[in-house]
Design a protein around this ligand. Structure first.
Ligand code: GLY
Length: 310
């Protein structure tokens, strides 16, 4: 029997300032609209999460695609992952510097390769060989991020990886990693996550977003999950899979999403957000940061918000 489709997207969880709320809301609404169009055309949940994430990669508001944070060398380095809950096939790219839409390359890996991951130049070569145009790294860099990196490096000039300095409050730092989860008419779920990672990251540093089970996971038997936030704690807890496993054990996604955020905070003082959706269309949206941007589409409902904590 055909299922009613559901789509949820997120556009980061952190202390989103008041003057950036509208841009985030517009961004997640546009992404949800694109993903929903794919589902209405009869597309799969994979099509929907890919299209939704592409819109946010193209939107400079977010830390994904063009406009992402710069690494310590002043370059954009992108990670993305996409996963099909029906087959458990996944595709991921890490540390790519010449792809406008890393999620498109990840989808090609999922569909056209026996492998799950390609990184750096190998990922770019795979993408080019499969018809995806490469760009220059400069094409992904915007002045706002050049200024942000300059300011950050001026303030934290002690060398090393300053993101681990105790005075840095990670829930205040921008974490605009984007993602989507969807359920299609055939009853299949999928998830995708895309990021530029953390500000001033060491070149070659891979975050949680493209790691299977950490920033992204999908299995029809459990749930589709996409996380956002500070990557190191999320990956240590394999948080997306942690949440999906608990849904498979019978708990509601709404409850588990909140539990995942409590676990992240209590176990490793981590900060972030999660969207979680099962194959029955039950969903959860939670974060332990001051704010999170999200949007939701169902047959009955169109909603978007910047949720506040506290
Ligand atoms: N969650 C994105 C990152 O830490 O890379």
């Amino acid at each position: 029997m055909p299922t009613n489709p559901v789509l949820v997207v997120h556009g980061g969880a952190w202390a989103i300032p008041d003057d950036m709320v509208d841009a985030h809301l517009n961004g997640v609404r546009n992404a949800a609209a694109a993903g929903w169009r794919a589902l209405e055309r009869g597309g799969s949940s994979l099509d929907a999460v890919e299209e939704a994430v592409v819109v946010m990669e193209d939107d400079e508001t977010f830390d994904a695609g063009r406009g992402s944070f710069l690494n310590r060398d002043g370059k954009v380095q992108l990670d993305a992952f996409i996963m099909d809950g029906a087959t458990l096939r996944g595709g991921g790219v890490g540390c790519v510097e010449r792809l406008r839409n890393p999620v498109r390359a990840a989808r090609k890996i999922l569909s056209d390769s026996p492998h799950v991951y390609f990184v750096a130049e190998g990922a770019e070569r795979f993408a080019a060989e499969h018809g995806i145009a490469l760009c220059r790294n400069e094409d992904l860099i915007i002045p706002r991020e050049v200024d942000r990196l300059r300011e950050y490096q001026a303030q934290h000039s002690t060398g090393g990886n300053d993101l681990f300095a105790p005075e840095i409050s990670h829930d205040m730092l921008s974490h605009d990693t984007v993602g989507a989860v969807a359920l299609d008419r055939q009853g299949n779920i999928a998830a995708a996550t895309s990021t530029g990672g953390t500000l001033n990251k060491a070149p070659g540093r891979l975050g949680d977003s493209s790691l299977i089970g950490c920033g992204c996971y999908a299995d029809n038997l459990s749930a589709a999950a996409s996380t956002t936030g500070w990557g190191e704690p999320i990956m240590k807890l394999v948080l997306a899979k942690w949440a999906a496993d608990r849904v498979e054990s019978g708990s509601l996604p709404e409850w588990i999403a909140q539990e995942a955020m409590n676990y992240l905070k209590q176990r490793l003082d981590g900060h972030g957000g999660i969207i979680l959706l099962d194959a029955q269309g039950r969903l959860g949206i939670a974060h332990n940061t001051p704010r999170m941007a999200w949007a939701l589409r169902t047959k009955q409902e169109e909603d978007a918000g910047i949720t506040r904590n506290g």
